[in-house]
Structures are given as structure tokens and as C-alpha cells.
Design a protein around this ligand. Structure first.
Ligand code: FES
Length: 197
């Protein structure tokens, strides 16, 4: 991680206020997760349990939630909602693989390309929650920029299509097509690209 720490041009001996704040943020946002970036990346690359299934519902990733999310639960301009696909047959979240973790965001449908409109429901889009840089969770929405952000090294992604707005991440966030059934959000296909790094 030392290379990324120095990516803004400051050397280790001359750590400035930005470096210091970033390090404090890293601690505050989950030191274990950050310290394990390399571990996340390795796990994300060698995970046979990864996979979402058409027809899966979506449940919040926090706690043991089993209440499926509705379209109306996801708001434009809000923080992304991290979710697991929910296996209706087994009645359990597909949480065995981190690569299955998704985040739901909502964008004004008028701002979406036809391609993204086709995979969203009234502007709700499901992206992989795993940052394509070093596999931390992408958890934030920066309202001032209207961009999604990963706290580990501050990569930013466009909420309308998952493309990188600012590195160090170099790859877009893959998305999963969504549909609506009885007001609930439902997985309608597989990842557009391999999730993870
Ligand atoms: S893991 Fe480095 S920016 Fe997300």
C-alpha cells in the first residue's frame, strides 16, 4: 500500500496534512479492511463461490437482514446501499463470497444511457461493491461531486455507468441487471464483467 500512499506526490518523510488525514480516515473506516487490502484482492481473485443468480432478491448486507429491498427504498443522491443477493430456494443470502456483495444506487433515469437504462429499474442500478483497485468496499456517495467513492484510496466512480472518474482504480465497477417484481428488486442476469480487481 505504500506506493498508493505516495500517489499524490508526497514522500514518506514529508507526510503532509492530507496524508495524515487520509491515514486517520483509513483507521476510522475500518483498519482491518484497509490493512487487508492485499488480502481482499487475493481473495477476490480466487473465489469459486462467486456468482449471482437470476431471480435472486436483494437484502441489506448489514446484520442478518432477510427483508428484500424495494425500488422505493433506494433514493437518488443517497449513500449506496450495500446488499447481498438472496437465494430464494435456500432462504439465505449469498454471502459466502465477498465478490457477491453489491451496492444499489439510484440515478435520475433521464441521465442514463439507453444501455444503463436497460439494466436498471427506474434509475436503480446494482454495481459490484468491490473496488476494482484493491478490493475494499465502495461505500460512499460524494454529493458535491455526484460521484461514488472508495475510502481506501479515494477512487471515484460515476454512479450512472460505474466508470472511473478518478483513480487509482483503473477499471469500471461491473453491474448486474435488475428487474422489478411485485415492487421488489430482483437480479435479472449476471455481472457485466468479473467483479473484483
Ligand atoms: S481499494 Fe484502493 S481506491 Fe478502492
Amino acid at each position: 500500500m505504500s506506493k498508493q500512499d505516495n500517489s499524490n506526490g508526497n514522500n514518506a518523510a514529508g507526510m503532509n496534512v492530507v496524508d495524515l488525514k487520509r491515514r486517520q480516515l483509513l483507521k476510522a473506516t475500518g483498519a482491518a479492511a484497509v490493512a487487508g487490502c492485499a488480502m481482499h484482492a487475493a481473495a477476490a481473485q480466487a473465489d469459486d463461490a462467486a456468482g449471482v443468480v437470476k431471480g435472486d432478491l436483494l437484502v441489506p448486507s448489514k446484520g442478518d437482514a432477510t427483508v428484500p429491498l424495494k425500488v422505493e427504498d433506494i433514493k437518488v443522491g443517497a449513500k449506496p446501499v450495500l446488499v447481498w443477493p438472496f437465494d430464494l430456494n435456500e432462504k439465505k443470502a449469498r454471502s459466502d463470497s465477498r465478490l457477491n456483495k453489491l451496492m444499489l444506487v439510484r440515478v435520475d433515469p433521464a441521465e442514463l444511457t439507453p444501455e444503463m437504462k436497460a439494466v436498471s429499474v427506474n434509475g436503480v442500478i446494482a454495481y459490484s461493491a468491490i473496488c476494482t483497485h484493491q478490493a475494499c468496499d465502495v461505500t460512499e456517495f460524494v454529493a458535491a461531486d455526484k460521484l461514488l467513492m472508495c475510502f481506501c484510496h479515494f477512487s471515484k466512480f460515476n454512479p450512472g455507468d460505474g466508470t472511473v472518474a478518478k483513480g487509482p482504480a483503473a477499471k469500471s465497477l461491473p453491474h448486474v441487471p435488475l428487474a422489478e417484481k411485485d415492487g421488489l428488486l430482483v437480479i435479472a442476469g449476471s455481472f457485466s464483467n468479473k467483479p473484483g480487481v
